[in-house]
Every structure is written in structure tokens, then in C-alpha cells.
Design a protein around this ligand. Structure first.
Ligand code: F6R
Length: 607
């Protein structure tokens, strides 16, 4: 979750570090800090809160060093204050850290017994002291870092600079990602290639367990066993332009409005939309050999897999199991032969999803990763990489990555159905033809923004909101409730509409807005019956449906949002838009920070 950056430069690096941190702020924004070397001496500046506060401080107290490290934090150990902000340092070393050191309490006690004093509540500070201790015992910086790494348990990416060592930057990775960039007489490390995009596109990804010793002219990488290894340098596609909001007020808004285009891109990668067939080159899975699909993901990506369950079961008669990665990895379920394990993730770095993928690989099960970041660890470690082409997603609340995931999952389900003999040519073309219309449906859904904004004006006063749906609309309800919670901080719950009477209906009274997602599909009439049940208890209904649904529903609603008519396969993708717009506009009315909601981070690299 935190973002880290390090630079050995030819010029003052503080502005470059801040530039890189701006691109990493999506990973956490509780505090920020940088340290540089000035005439061989370590100096640092830190600030609690957003990066802008650090920038203000730097304006008044510029740092001039040509080598430095920087950090943007998502707090794990210790409050998000300046005192706990990274870098942490001693008179010998400064360190920035992403991840968690699980045995920190034990190491801290040990260091305290040696007389070391701590100035923060973080797990990171012990790393600075362990390295210092090793150096005080006569080890050179690289050996001191290696000795320290051997003592750490947990997941971490670390970067170090050292007093008196103007041409030395050491980085280590166990778990969270780290990329090394090479420029003209400069060298960089960062949590991802996007952070390095303004400086270079020549990027080397460190492997798990690697430790890199960098100078301006040499990059030496050691693997976990301490053996020098060569890691390939790639040309990164992460453009330095990508972090602009364009004409939009927020990244989230920009990303919602990009959906017609990115869904079209993602679909076109897998499908021949004109010929209405699955592209030959994308038929990478032999679905006839798959007996069971195990889908594992977190958050919004998990909801995408829940929609996919309906598609795969229905179109390909393939049994599907869905798991939260945080449960799957520790449950260590049996994985019968014939299982294909599918992992869905925007970032490709989510710690629990990655650990689940590694568990499946260790069991000898075939793995596929449906991931948005092509250079990510999951994309590289899975047997099969299935890209979503959503482009960089900066808004912390996932929008376009979700619809891109759904689009690819729909294409895969059609392909599975075709290969398994459940869909004939005509059915395949009809389904693909329906998906090909998605950009239009999404555009029309986005045009509902004004109406939805007005609906949200009433919603903002609610303490609790209920979302209901059946079939593929149920995961959409879950996604709607998640979006509302994370952006507006209003408590929201989602239920499969038929489950309501088994308990949660007790919550319903006239103060409760109930958002019902009900396209006029095979589940519609059942959903309307459940709406009757809540209406009878005075709930304020907000119905998201289509023309047919609006005509068929005689219930009085507080608002009815009419989506474009569309085939069943397209609906879960297009209906994501009103879910996003409701959360976005409720948050705007309430004045919360839409792109950086409190307590969250974009890339969850801690478990
Ligand atoms: C919610 C959201 C999160 C992510 C989840 C998984 O808006 O974005 O729930 O979906 O943290 O992240 P990835 O997809 O990167 O594995």
C-alpha cells in the first residue's frame, strides 16, 4: 500500500521525488516524506496528510541533495502523523518501506534492550536501527542490509540511502513490487513504472526476494540466495502524461466517462466484433478440459467474478466457485484436477490475491490472471495472462477497471460456451453482437448523470441505504453499496432481493432509501415482489430499470432511473454506471474527497 521512490541523480532530486510521489499517491495518502544527502549528510522533510502539505514545506525549506528517497504512506503501524511518516532514519541510514514487518515487536524489544531509542510507532523504524546496528558492528551498507533482511518476516519493499554514500541506493523486495529505472547518468527505483515514467521508460522489475545495489553507473541485483542475477530490462508503456484529469473535475469522473472507449478496447482484444466471433489468438484456454472454475479476488474485482459465475454457469454449464482472496489463501481449499483458478485484479499486486495465486501454483493447478497492469506480479506469475485494457486507473474507487473486467469475463464465458458445445454459431454471434453495442449503452447510461445527481441530493441525508438485486443485478447491488460506502461514508448494505425477508427486512422503515437494480430480465417479476415487501414497510424506493421495467412496475417510487433497453448479457456492465454515478454524486453533495477517500489506498499490498 505505501508508495516508495528513490533517485541517484545529476541534479537536485527533491522535485523529482515529489513528482514520482504524485504518481504513487494512489497507493496511500496519510503522510509523505523525503530524505536526501547534502554534503554526505542525511536530511529529511516529512508532513502528515496529503502530499501537498509536504510540497508546501519543501517550498519554505528546499532540499538540494542529488540522491534521495521518498514515501507516501497508507498507515498500518501508528497514526498518520508526521512523527510516523517515512523516511525513518538514524545518523547512518534513511529508509522507506511499503508493507508490514510481522516480527517487528520482537525486534523492537531486542533493539530496545541494546539501548536503541525509537521516535515513531512504526514497524519500519526497526529496519533503520537494525541496519545501523550491523554497520556499527563493522559491516558495509550492502552487507548490513542483507543481514537485516534475513531477520525480517512479512512483506516489504524497502529503499535505503546512507550517510556519506552519495552514489549508493539499495532496494529490496519481498512481496510488494519494485521497479528499477535507468536514465542518462541517473538511476531510479519506484513502487511501479508509472512513478518512473517522467524520468525513463527503461525499467527492470525486481523479482521476489531480490536485493539491488545501485550506483549511477551500475545496477547489481542479488536473488534471495545472495547470488548475482540478471533481470531483463523492458521498455515500459506507462506514459508520463497518464496522470492528468483532462477536463474532468476528478479522476473518478474521467475514468467513468472513459468506459465506453475502454470497454470497446477490451472487447476488441478478445472478440472480432464485426465478424461476431472470438478471436483465434485469444482462445488460449481449452475450456473442454476445465471441469471447475475457481474465481478469487478482492473488493470490486470479487463482485466482477460473482457476475461471471452467472455467465459461466449459464452459457457454458461450468461450475464456478467464488472466494474472497483473504479467505481462500488461509482456507487452503482442495483443488481437484480439472480446476482452472482465475484471479481478477486491477493492480495485479493485491497481497491476498497474489498469495492465493501462489497457493494454486504450488498445488499444481493451472492459473489465469485477469489483470489491468501488464507488468504486475500476477500478470507475470500466472500461467495465463488475460489483459483488461482499461489504462491506468487512478481514482481509488475502481470504475473502468470493473467494467473492463466484466467485458473480458463475458467474452471468456461466451468462448467457454462455444468450446463446450453449448452455444451454436448463431447464439455466439447474437451474444457478441450484444456486447458490441455496449459502448452505446454505456454512453446512454452516462447521460443519466443529471437525473442521478438530483436523486443523490436526497440520498445524502440518509444514514443507511439498502441495495437490492437478483441474478446478475445482485453483485451489482453489492458493488453499488461498496461504492457508496467508500466515497460518501454512508452505511450501505446490499442483499440478494430474495434474502431480505430472512432478516434484513427488519431494518426497513420510512427513513430507509432502497435502491433496486432491476432490468426487465428473467428475474424482474421476483424482484418486483421483493420491492412490494419493502414498499409495504414505507421504504423510499429508487428503481434502476429500463423502459419495459418502468412500464411493468406499478409501485410508487421516489425516483425511477431508466436505462437503455439491452440484452441480458450487456446489462451487468452498463448498470455499473448508475452505481458509480450514485456514489460519486452523493459524495460530491457531501463534500468528501472522491479520488482519495479516507482510510483507503488503491493498491492493497498488505494482507
Ligand atoms: C473498490 C476497489 C477495491 C478493489 C480491491 C481489489 O472501489 O477498488 O475494492 O477492487 O482492493 O483491488 P485489485 O483489483 O487491484 O486487486
Amino acid at each position: 500500500m505505501c508508495g516508495i521512490i528513490g533517485i541517484l541523480g545529476k541534479r537536485p532530486v527533491a522535485p523529482l521525488l515529489v513528482d514520482g510521489l504524485k504518481r504513487l499517491e494512489y497507493r496511500g495518502y496519510d503522510s509523505a516524506g523525503i530524505a536526501t544527502l547534502e554534503k554526505g549528510r542525511l536530511v529529511r522533510l516529512r508532513a502528515g496528510g496529503r502530499l501537498a502539505r509536504l510540497e508546501e514545506k519543501l517550498h519554505n525549506h528546499p532540499l538540494y541533495g542529488h540522491s534521495g528517497i521518498g514515501h507516501t504512506r497508507w498507515a498500518t503501524h501508528g497514526a498518520p502523523t508526521e512523527r510516523n511518516a517515512h523516511p525513518h532514519m538514524t545518523d547512518k541510514v534513511a529508509v522507506v518501506h511499503n508493507g508490514i514487518i510481522e516480527n517487528f515487536a520482537e525486534l523492537r524489544a531486542e533493539l530496545a534492550a541494546f539501548g536503541y531509542r525509537f521516535s515513531s510507532d512504526t514497524d519500519t523504524e526497526i529496519v533503520a536501527h537494525l541496519v545501523t546496528n550491523a554497520m556499527e558492528n563493522g559491516l558495509a551498507p550492502a552487507a548490513a542490509v542483507r543481514q537485516t533482511l534475513a531477520r525480517l518476516r512479512g512483506a516489504f519493499a524497502l529503499a535505503f540511502i546512507f550517510t556519506g554514500e552519495e552514489d549508493l541506493l539499495i532496494a529490496a523486495r519481498k512481496g510488494p513490487p519494485l521497479a528499477i529505472g535507468r536514465g542518462e547518468g541517473e538511476v531510479y527505483i519506484g513502487s511501479d513504472a508509472i512513478a518512473l515514467a517522467p524520468f525513463t521508460n527503461r525499467v527492470t522489475y525486481m523479482e521476489d526476494g531480490d536485493c539491488a545495489v545501485l550506483s549511477r553507473s551500475h545496477i547489481i541485483i542479488y536473488d534471495e540466495a545472495g547470488k548475482e542475477v540478471a533481470r531483463a530490462e523492458t521498455v515500459s508503456t506507462g506514459s508520463s502524461f497518464l496522470v492528468s484529469k483532462g477536463n474532468h473535475r476528478h479522476f473518478m469522473q474521467k475514468e467513468m466517462f472513459e468506459q465506453p472507449e475502454i470497454v470497446s478496447h477490451s472487447l476488441a482484444h478478445y472478440l472480432d466484433l464485426g465478424g461476431k466471433t472470438v478471436k483465434k489468438a485469444e482462445q488460449v484456454i481449452d475450456w473442454r478440459r476445465v471441469e471447475r472454475l475457481s474465481c478469487t479476488a478482492c473488493g470490486t474485482a470479487y463482485y466482477a467474478t460473482l457476475v461471471a459465475k452467472y455467465w459461466f454457469e449459464n452459457l457454458a454449464r461450468l461450475p464456478v466457485e467464488n472466494d474472497f482472496a483473504s479467505e481462500f489463501r488461509y482456507r487452503e481449499p482442495p483443488l481437484p484436477a480439472g480446476t482452472l483458478s482465475l484471479f481478477v485484479s486491477q493492480s495485479g499486486e493485491t497481497a491476498d490475491t497474489l498469495a492465493s495465486l501462489r497457493y494454486c501454483r504450488a498445488q499444481g493447478v493451472k492459473t489465469a490472471a485477469l489483470v489491468n497492469v501488464a507488468e504486475s506480479t500476477m500478470a507475470r506469475e500466472a500461467d495465463i495472462f488475460l489483459p483488461t485494457l482499461a489504462g491506468v486507473e487512478i481514482g481509488v474507487a475502481s470504475t473502468k477497471a470493473f467494467t473492463a473486467q466484466l467485458s473480458v469475463l463475458a467474452a471468456l464465458a461466451i468462448e467457454a460456451g462455444r468450446q463446450r458445445g453449448l452455444l451454436d454459431k448463431k447464439q455466439e454471434s447474437a451474444l457478441i453482437g450484444a456486447l458490441a453495442e455496449l459502448p452505446r449503452y454505456l454512453n446512454e447510461a452516462l447521460k443519466l448523470e443529471k437525473q442521478i445527481k438530483a436523486v443523490c441530493h436526497d440520498l445524502m441525508a440518509a444514514k443507511h441505504v439498502l441495495y437490492l438485486g437478483r441474478g446478475t443485478a445482485w453483485p451489482l447491488a453489492l458493488e453499488g453499496a461498496l461504492k457508496l460506502k467508500e466515497l460518501s461514508y454512508i452505511h450501505a448494505e446490499a442483499y440478494a432481493a430474495g434474502e431480505l425477508k430472512h432478516g434484513p427486512i427488519a431494518l426497513v422503515d420510512e427513513t430507509m432509501p432502497v435502491i433496486v437494480i432491476a432490468p426487465h430480465d428473467r428475474w424482474f417479476e421476483k424482484t418486483v415482489s421483493n420491492m412490494q415487501e419493502v414498499a409495504a414497510r414505507g421504504a423510499r424506493l429508487i428503481l434502476i430499470t429500463d423502459k419495459k421495467g418502468a412500464a411493468a412496475c406499478s409501485l410508487k417510487t421516489q425516483a425511477t432511473v431508466i436505462m437503455p433497453d439491452q440484452p441480458e448479457i450487456a446489462a451487468p456492465i452498463a448498470y455499473a454506471v448508475p452505481m458509480q454515478l450514485i456514489a460519486y454524486h452523493t459524495a460530491l453533495w457531501l463534500g468528501t474527497d472522491v479520488d482519495q477517500p479516507r482510510n483507503l489506498a488503491k493498491s492493497v499490498t498488505v494482507e
